[in-house]
Ligand binder design. Structure first.
Ligand code: ADP
Ligand code: MG
Length: 243
């Protein structure tokens, strides 16, 4: 694994037209730590993640990796440093699992065919899917497809991993395997930001839990502080609805 970095968002603002979606987001994730972002639908969680790998550009504020602003970097280079996994796995349905993983290795990391295949197989093995290399995504369960998407991201040797409701589209019995893989990655020292509705995962795996509401991180802290001693009434109300 390539070494991970610290991540910080500082006073990040972002509007879509007149819809002010991020209103000064602050978030600190130490090197190798996992932050879980929780909060109601529409509060800006996905938008926040997208500013980190510059799928969206903040109007104001800064995004820092190891203390260095990424806002002037080449977005393509940045996206190799910051892997992202989505709710919908976004695999190419007409390509084999192996090709899904080798594609970016050849195009972005510029690996030759043999090396790309070797790296891809290593990462498919890591997520327990070496035997499925020649299958099409459609022949896999949702949980297996999501693990392929994670392998694809990891193969790029990212320094930070972002997960946007990675288990929300899965059948309940498939959620566990994907969460276990994410927990393993966290334990191995990957810096991660995980947007999730899985409060059990947040409680057990997160170093920091950040509650987003209406475009700001309203409260952040250790899982115990958030789940056992929430300060803000809006957070207490949210938790009473989801726990
Ligand atoms: P969450 O992930 O917390 O549910 P989002 O970040 O997806 O919230 O969305 C926050 C707000 O931003 C919503 O009002 C949504 O409609 C708006 N929004 C998100 N993406 C776009 C976009 N690409 N264009 C316009 N509005 C958007
Ligand atoms: Mg979202």
């Amino acid at each position: 694994m390539s070494s991970s970095v610290s991540l910080a968002l500082r006073d990040v603002h972002l509007a879509f037209g007149r819809n002010q979606v991020l209103r000064g987001v602050d978030l600190e994730v130490a090197r190798g730590a996992t932050a879980c972002v929780i909060g109601p639908s529409g509060s800006g969680k996905s938008t926040l993640l997208r500013t980190v790998n510059r799928l969206l550009e903040p109007d104001r504020g800064d995004v820092l990796l190891d203390g260095r602003s990424v806002l002037r970097d080449d977005p393509d280079v940045l996206r190799q440093r910051v892997g992202m996994v989505f709710q919908q796995f976004n695999l190419f349905p007409h390509m084999s699992v192996l090709r899904n993983v080798t594609l970016a290795l050849r195009r972005k990391r510029r690996l030759g065919d043999d090396e790309a295949v070797a790296v891809a197989r290593e990462h498919l093995d890591r997520v327990g899917l070496a035997a499925k290399a020649d299958a099409r995504p459609g022949q896999l369960s949702g949980g297996q497809q999501q693990r392929v998407a994670i392998a694809r991201a990891l193969a790029m040797q990212p320094e930070v991993m972002l997960f946007d409701e990675a288990t929300s589209a899965l059948d309940p019995e498939l959620v566990k395997g994907v969460l276990a893989l994410m927990a393993e990655l966290s334990a191995q020292g990957m810096t991660m930001v995980v947007v999730t509705h899985e409060m059990g995962f947040a409680r057990e795996v997160a170093d920091t839990v950040a509650f987003m509401d209406a475009g700001v991180v309203l409260e952040a802290g250790a899982p115990n502080a958030i789940f056992e001693a929430a300060q803000h009434p809006r957070l207490r109300r949210f938790l009473s609805q989801v726990l």
